[in-house]
Design a protein around this ligand. Structure first.
Ligand SMILES: [Fe+2]
Length: 251
């Protein structure tokens, strides 16, 4: 599993915006050594990247994802990426740009070496929280259902592809449902990589870094993915992300 304290320390060593980074390190070290679970309502607003409040209580996805997993994942891992990304752009022209633009610019080599990983992970996690909901799962509706039937055959086939993509991602990464070149597709990306840097429109994502499931499922990543596609996924979020041209479904 990655280590938010180590990541933050690396940021300090990178030398950029050292004052902000030191403050970030202090907060993270303090949080990591505390005994209280991180707050699900923690919000960081010290730069272009924001740690959003979770869109549901931390225990709302149980039993598929425990409040302990969600608390650490959001309050420590995601927070570290947000703090690191903000520290890395502080005092630079990038600080005035939107998070999505920073991710795209960093992918092209702008900013410090660590920027892409932290900025993309900050964005990917915000997208992941919204890709889930309590009592999720079931069937997509409307235009998304029509596209799923046209491009996968059935929701069950889509679920199988998402599970397969996440289970077969070697090491850390993400599985995605995207709209690309007029079609729904399932893709996977390693580490912090994100469809945001390419032509495809991301519709939803599932995190397959070990920190997303290890407390609850240990090495059984496939079980986490199966539970995710059956009980947690928010198809409405995916439908809302369809490009305007795709909202008519497969007609
Ligand atoms: Fe994660």
């Amino acid at each position: 599993m990655d280590d938010p304290v180590r990541l933050t320390r690396r940021t300090v060593l990178a030398g950029a915006a050292a004052t902000v980074a030191v403050a970030s390190l202090t907060r993270e070290t303090s949080a990591a050594s505390g005994t209280r679970a991180p707050s699900a309502n923690a919000v960081s607003t010290a730069g272009p990247f924001v740690l959003p409040a979770l869109p549901y209580p931390a225990n709302a996805l149980e039993p598929q994802i425990s409040s302990r997993t969600l608390g650490f994942h959001h309050g420590k891992h995601h927070k570290a990426y947000v703090d690191n990304a903000n520290a890395l752009v502080a005092g630079t022209p990038l600080a005035a740009k939107a998070p999505e633009e920073i991710v795209r610019l960093a992918a092209r080599g702008e900013g410090p070496a660590d920027l892409f990983d932290n900025a993309a992970q900050a964005w990917n996690h915000s997208f992941y929280w919204r890709s889930m909901k309590p009592k999720g799962g079931g069937e997509p509706t409307g235009a998304l259902l029509e596209l799923v039937q046209r491009d996968f055959g059935s929701t069950d086939d889509l679920r199988k592809q998402l599970v397969q993509a996440g289970a077969s991602q070697f090491g850390s990464g993400w599985a995605w449902l995207v709209f690309d070149d007029g079609k729904l597709k399932v893709t996977k990306t390693p580490n912090a990589e994100t469809p945001l840097t390419g032509a495809a429109t991301p519709l939803l994502t599932v995190d397959v870094w070990e920190h997303a499931y290890y407390l609850d499922y240990q090495n059984r990543r496939k079980d986490y993915l199966q539970a995710w596609v059956e009980r947690v996924v928010d198809w409405e979020f995916a439908r809302a992300n369809l490009p305007a041209a795709a909202k008519g479904g497969g007609k």
